[in-house]
Design a protein around this ligand. Sequence first.
Ligand SMILES: [Zn+2]
Length: 432
Amino acid sequence: MDLVLRAERVLLEGEVRPAAVAVSDGRIVDVGAVDSDHLTVAEAVVPSNGVLMPGFVDTHVHINEPGTDWEGFATATAAAAAAGITTLVDMPLDSDPVTTSVAALEVKRAAAQDRCLVDVGFWAGVVPENIGALAALAGVGVAGFKCFLTGSGNPNFGPLSTEQLRQAMSAIADLESVLLVHAESQHVIDAGPRPRGRGYSEFLDSRPDAAEEDAVALILDVAAATGARAHIVHVSSATVLPLLAEAKKSGVFVSAETCPHYLTFAAESVPDGGTQFAACPPIRGSANRDALWQALVDGTLDMVVSDHSPCAPELKGDGDFGRAFGGISSLELGPRAVWTHADTRDFGLAELSGWMSERPAMLAGLTDRGRIAVGLRADLCVFDPDAMAVVDVHAVRHRHPVSPYDGVALRGRVLQTWVAGRPVLGEVCAPL
Ligand SMILES: [Zn+2]
């Protein structure tokens, strides 16, 4: 063995119990009694305040490299490691080039080379220009595909029309891949008011529930007609939940995610000029937030991923929602933000891990991770579920000190993270 981790609390098969986890060549090779004998190079006893858990998997991260200074592989993966996140999957836009061709994917992989503290995978983009060329991207190992039905904000990453969505989903069904869709409809947004000024309510009115509802209805129709696997990213509006529940019941191949910010914040408490809260789709009211939680608990929503979408601070519009880049920075804070609600929303570490490790890993086709089990990768973290701390945005490791979580008290702390059996936290934690 290379490493044996002994802990009184290990999350195994949905239960927390004592165990020893033995690692060899980056894989879990044995899970046994906490005092079981092993011949090993290294051994660590997890402190009593920590729980040994599967590393978190975040399948919705905008790393934005190369071509911008908004984030980057080094800072994003450092933030991930500090959060106990052992795998990131990068979104295909907001970098230059956007990941819509094999050549662009190679540029991105070269930028990531030797700069990542955790494992990184890639989604490829579907844009009107590349619908006929998706097989080539699938052939070079992307996790799946992502498209928009509304302007992405990036002229190099245009939205699909209804007909193009049908073509893309047919191709993706043939490839047995998955299409992630940003579900807001452009024609609904165009019919409403433009965001302007410092008031959050005008911003909220500019991205109405109906835009999400209209888009989700279309995606479900096309998924049903083509047999393609569809995934709705960042569900913000509770109005789509009955549609999703009904589609799942009738066997449509669909899954859906929401994000920590939709589960944490509410429109009523977003301050005027608080453009660090600007996201598309937007953070909605508190009753809507309650409905998202309920949908997570009842399985209508499958997972929680960050949609970490940073930008240079000057692009936040100086408090003007009409000029602010829509995106929230939260990569390092996601698991803690969700866990903070465990007491009041009545769930445990098994649910947290299902939403933030196991199901995102399944979405990205990463069948070798997301749980602690013999044969899987030794992607692990030690999480202290009872720690409590106030977020200081200047102390988080993503690149720019902008986040709506600044000053928010969050529960939980990560003491160590292992990627394929290798500890990746140095100065940020007490060595185990
Ligand atoms: Zn996103």
